[in-house]
Design a protein around this ligand. Sequence first.
Ligand code: CU
Length: 126
Amino acid sequence: MNRTTKQITTLTGTLLGILLAGTIAIADDMGNMNGMPDMSSGMGHTSSVPTVGHGQGIVQSVDQKAGTVTITHGPIREFGWSGMTMTFSLRHRSSLKFLKKGEHVRFDVVQDTQGSAVITKIHPEP
Ligand SMILES: [Cu+2]
């Protein structure tokens, strides 16, 4: 083995080392990403508590632009909420056009990951 070959071999070894280090770093990143399903399964665990609340109340206002409805609602047992007036987002904005001020409604509500209340179903009380 002459000197030049030896240098090349050393260089190749170094490059291989860098590549391997890079591969390990990527593997680490993926390990972190794999942590995300763990987090969501953690959230799934908390869903043993009912995740859908059932409410009824009176529409105070509808904001078509914001896609929200403000409702004075009674207690929502599933979340331990007492009655109050609050603004909800609607999962299906199209439901907004059926709502008007003063209307009595029943609705299903969930909490998104930020803890905001989102109505998934809403209909006038018969
Ligand atoms: Cu409320």
